[in-house]
Design a protein around this ligand. Structure first.
Ligand SMILES: *[C@@H]1O[C@H](CO)[C@@H](O)[C@H](O)[C@H]1NC(C)=O
Ligand SMILES: *[C@@H]1O[C@H](CO)[C@@H](O)[C@H](O)[C@H]1NC(C)=O
Ligand SMILES: *[C@@H]1O[C@H](CO)[C@@H](O)[C@H](O)[C@H]1NC(C)=O
Length: 933
């Protein structure tokens, strides 16, 4: 199948949708919705079937809106003290309001009524800082809406929005003040259902069987489901991780040509996953963002770590239902959220712009960590670099071929029998010397550390973990014993803060023998992957610290493992250096601990294509630092595919090549001279743009806005962009379009906006607001700089990013129709946390009235520390300026410099020429202006 021509591929692909069994993906290993009782039950419920009403509505002492949800009966229509059914005690509803227009809705069983067990609420995700931004409600106003007999309670959200709790039927929504237009709502379709915990009665059979596995389910059914509506939405996106389009296709409704399964959120190690599927992959973020031309964006986040399934309804899904409670003429997208356990802890984000929603979401779950500079450069990985000799050979070949790289990675076989934190004594006898040799060239190494611990009494990690009772227990309270890379293995219980701290200590230089300060870490298999477990993971009835069942927290396990590892790397250097840890599993908040990648993809064109919506989705849900394995993990890419993958991957926020052990070697120089040249070009492009990327990582760190963005994030009113996930923006200034077919002759690119775009290679200008057909050039994927922007670059090539520290900058100014442009540059030491005390440089560049001005963009008094650099500007390239000026005057020095025609990049000596100010030699950290004469 791998080498079939494109048409055949598509036919096969269509067949695949009809009969998935033809594919190698082991579908039968995994449950579908029909085999998942809570999902099946929730999906079969009819709109309007929820009979709950809100009573006893009041403001609590904590300044929240509280109410009880009880079933509607004849009696309670009149009186509040009517007897209620045994299995439906009142539920407690709490609405809290936070700054920036955020509404939080919690619904849980009432603890005062002594439910059999306290349901799990996910700790350690919500920031304390967010909690401190709570607004204490003072007043509650009541009103009648839509001919209701009963009341609705209205609370103030912020200047423009209000939250509404409708009593009967129960519904919660956010609306715009003034015009009353709805933004987001829950239970408008009456699909809310909450299975309360109860005592097991004689004859209750709660066990669930799947394949050869039995889930004892000692607490019985406890699922929650409800509908959420996004008003004014043309598209919804988010809820990673699925290998599918950015705008989520409907999964339910009449004539749905999308998927028939809901989007599943259940962290799984899916061997050879297929693209174009709602199937759940390695990580889960129950956060959805909507976007529409009319209103903009809104977002909904459900903090819940149990298995979740989410339906996106197609238009007309509820036609003929008379129980719909909202204005029917309004454009909206309805969704159904179903979870196996936990509580309702939901957040409504009002936007109204896409960047506002992400700011609001990341104010709850945290902004992305600022990475070390080296980790934003190119990474070389393979399962496995065999031994030290192999490492040195690969390392020196990069130099021989003049290809920069920053990090060399070692997979599981570098260890002594897959005991993490150890080295194979024959293959890697001198690990410290090896790391130091690479470090001398400014390079780093990464080793893998997975959560499955080999059950070997001579292995110190196992010894300590089992002696201290640090392992997750099985349903009969023995150390859970499963099969993974290291054979019979157990898994440390990272939910316990004490165990996380013990784990973090394992990374000290003293404990991790053979590690040095240039060594960083990679967490794989942390879903967790258990080869002989149900669906290749941990049984749901396994037990964690505090008696929590695995089913309640499955999706957050990998997050805790990542957190503990990341904390370990901070701890080992006494908190001086920023950590770098790559993780495969993720959860909301992962962005605070490191990078993620999209797991075990395949060397196929469709996997190259789907990498873009997958990474864009991760960025929308807070995880900006992400990448897909360049080249595809499984299979052997044909050279054309590999080259195209490098050309696109050079713009991924996390840029790493990786390959399975069964694949042929594929280091950049193994495909003939021309392909080596093309790959070198692609990697050089990334190094050239490192100052721009690093500035964007800082923007993400400050605001949550991701490094790569859907076009609609920058052009929110342009409908043309809503379903475009073949192209993306890098920051607000670059547009990149992948080439996704073999031997492509042409590429069609939509350039949004009213202003022009400058081709990165030729400098030619193209009109915005238009689709263009370009010849597919061999030497790059189409990429354009937006008119009105200034991009900082470093054009001299070194062995690694760490050797570029003192290199001078090039500024590329792309003028718009008013002959103006602006941009930013952020610099710090690339390594430590000192930037948090003000040790950084943040410049703002503005070109207008024929004058380029560099001014300080750092807030005054931003901490006591200072960062300083001698770096200068060696070239300024001007795009879109005519007539050509003769010279330029630098102020305050009052020095004149020449303006010449020069090439667009140093490397492309023979490309067309552009106006270039050569060697202005102004210092990057100073204030100055350069006036065109
Ligand atoms: C509640 O009371 C109203 C008005 O008295 C009546 O019309 C309605 O049928 C009652 N609903 C139920 C469920 O008893
Ligand atoms: C920015 O990154 C640093 C380092 O990772 C982190 O400590 C800090 O909390 C981040 N900033 C914000 C606003 O979250
Ligand atoms: C041109 O760019 C500048 C700087 O980004 C901006 O302020 C201005 O509005 C732009 N002009 C037009 C016509 O878009």
């Amino acid at each position: 199948m791998k080498k079939s021509p494109n048409l055949i591929f598509h036919i096969l692909f269509l067949l695949l949708l009809i009969s998935p069994s033809v594919f190698s993906w082991k579908k039968d290993e995994f449950r579908n919705c029909n085999q998942t009782p809570f999902c099946k039950r929730a999906r079969s419920r009819k709109p309007g079937s929820c009979n709950l009403i809100a009573t006893e509505v009041s403001i609590s002492d904590d300044g929240d809106l509280i109410a009880k949800l009880i079933p509607k009966t004849q009696e309670n229509n009149e009186s509040q003290d009517a007897p209620v059914e045994v299995d439906s005690k009142p539920l407690l509803l709490t609405v809290s309001v936070y700054q920036d227009g955020i509404l939080r809705l919690k619904i849980d069983e009432e603890q005062s009524l002594n439910p059999p067990k306290k349901r799990f609420e996910v700790p350690d995700v919500i920031l304390d800082e967010f909690l401190s931004k709570k607004l204490y409600l003072q007043r509650l106003s009541e009103e009648k809406i839509d001919n209701d007999l009963g009341f609705s309670s209205v609370v103030y959200l912020d200047g423009d929005y209000e939250g509404v709790l409708r009593h009967d039927p129960f519904e919660v929504f956010v609306r715009e003040r003034g015009n009353g237009k709805r933004v987001l709502s829950i239970n408008s379709n009456g699909l809310f259902d909450f299975e309360q915990l109860r005592e097991k009665k004689e004859g209750d059979d709660w066990e669930e069987r799947f394949r050869s596995h039995t889930d004892t389910r000692p607490y019985g059914p406890q699922s929650i489901s409800f509908d959420v509506s996004f008003f004014g939405a043309d598209i919804v996106s988010g809820i990673p991780e699925h290998a599918t389009s950015l705008a989520l296709k409907p999964t339910s409704g009449p004539g749905v040509d999308g998927f028939s399964e809901p989007y599943r959120l259940f962290n799984l190690d899916v061997f050879e996953y297929i693209d174009e599927s709602p199937f759940g992959l390695y990580g889960s973020i129950p956060f959805m963002i909507s976007h529409g031309k009319a209103r903009g964006s809104s977002g909904f986040f459900w903090l819940n770590a149990a298995e979740m399934q989410i339906d996106v309804f197609g238009t007309g899904w509820n036609a003929g239902q008379d129980k719909i409670m909202m204005p029917v003429d309004e454009k909206r997208i309805d969704t159904l959220w179903m979870s196996e356990a936990g509580v309702v802890d939901a957040f409504f984000f009002v936007g109204p712009g896409p960047k506002d929603v992400i700011r609001q979401y990341t104010s709850v779950t945290g902004r992305p960590a600022m990475p070390q500079l080296f980790s934003t450069a190119y990474h070389q990985c393979r399962w496995n670099y065999r031994d030290e000799e192999d490492v040195f050979d690969v390392d020196s070949k990069f130099d021989e071929h003049d290809i920069p790289y920053d990090v060399l990675w070692l997979d599981i076989d570098h260890t002594d029998g897959r005991r993490y934190f150890t080295w194979d004594k024959v293959l890697f006898p001198n690990p410290e010397e090896m790391q130091n040799k690479l470090a001398a060239k400014g390079r780093h190494m990464v080793t893998i550390v997975d959560p499955h611990i080999k059950r070997d009494d001579n292995y110190y990690i196992h010894k300590e973990a089992s002696d201290n009772g640090y392992y997750i227990k099985d349903a009969s309270n023995r150390d859970f014993d499963g099969w993974c890379w290291s054979g019979s293995s157990s898994y440390t219980d990272m939910v316990n803060p004490h165990i996380r701290s013990w784990w973090a200590d394992k990374f000290s230089y003293g404990n991790y023998v053979g590690s040095t300060p240039s060594l960083y870490v990679w967490n794989d298999m942390n879903e967790p992957s258990v080869f002989n477990g149900p669906e290749l993971t941990m049984p749901r009835d396994a037990l964690h610290f505090g008696g929590i069942e695995h089913r309640e927290l499955h999706n957050v396990y990998g997050y805790y493992f990542h957190m503990a590892t990341s904390n370990g790397l901070v701890k080992r250097g006494n908190g001086k250096d920023r950590p770098f840890v790559l993780s495969r599993a993720f959860f909301p908040g992962t962005q605070r601990y490191g990078a993620v990648w999209t797991g075990d993809n395949t060397a196929e064109w469709e996997h190259l294509r789907v990498s873009v919506p997958m990474l864009l989705t991760l960025g929308l849900t807070g995880i900006s630092f992400s990448g897909a394995d360049v080249g595809g993990f499984f299979g052997n890419p044909e050279p054309d595919l590999l080259v195209r993958w490098y050309q696109l991957g050079a713009y991924y926020p996390f840029f790493r090549a990786h390959a399975h052990q069964d694949t042929k070697r594929r280091e950049p120089w193994l495909f003939g001279e021309r392909n080596t040249e093309l790959i070198r070009e692609a990697i050089h492009t990334r190094y050239m743009f490192l100052p721009y990327f690093y500035t964007l990582f800082r923007e993400a760190n400050m605001t949550g806005t991701p490094v790569i963005r859907p076009l609609w994030m920058e052009f929110p009113a342009e409908e043309e962009t809503f379903s475009n996930d073949e192209a993306f923006m890098v920051g607000n200034s670059l547009l990149v379009q992948g080439v996704y077919t073999q031997r492509a002759k042409h590429v069609s690119v939509y350039l949004p906006g009213e202003q022009s775009w400058y081709d990165l290679r030729s400098g030619a200008a193209y009109k915005g607001g238009k689709r263009h057909k370009f010849e597919a050039l061999e030497d790059s994927v189409p990429a354009f700089q937006r008119a009105g922007t200034i991009i900082p670059r470093k054009d001299r090539f070194r062995r690694s990013s760490t050797q570029m520290g003192t290199d001078p900058y090039t500024l590329v100014i792309a003028l718009n129709s008013s002959k103006e442009a602006e941009g930013e540059l952020y610099i710090d030491d690339g390594k430590s946390f000192e930037f948090e005390n003000g040790a950084y440089i943040h410049r703002h560049f503005k070109f207008s009235n024929g004058k380029l001005t560099s001014s300080n963009a750092a807030p005054s008094g931003a901490g006591g520390n200072r960062f300083s650099t001698d770096c200068t500007v060696e070239r300024i390239i001007l795009l879109g300026l005519s007539p050509a000026p003769k010279s330029a005057l630098i102020e305050p020095a009052n020095q004149k410099v020449g303006v010449q025609l020069g090439p667009l990049t140093i490397r492309h000596g023979n490309s067309p020429s552009f106006l270039t100010i050569r060697r202005p030699n102004v210092r990057i950290e100073d204030d100055w202006t350069i006036k065109i004469l």
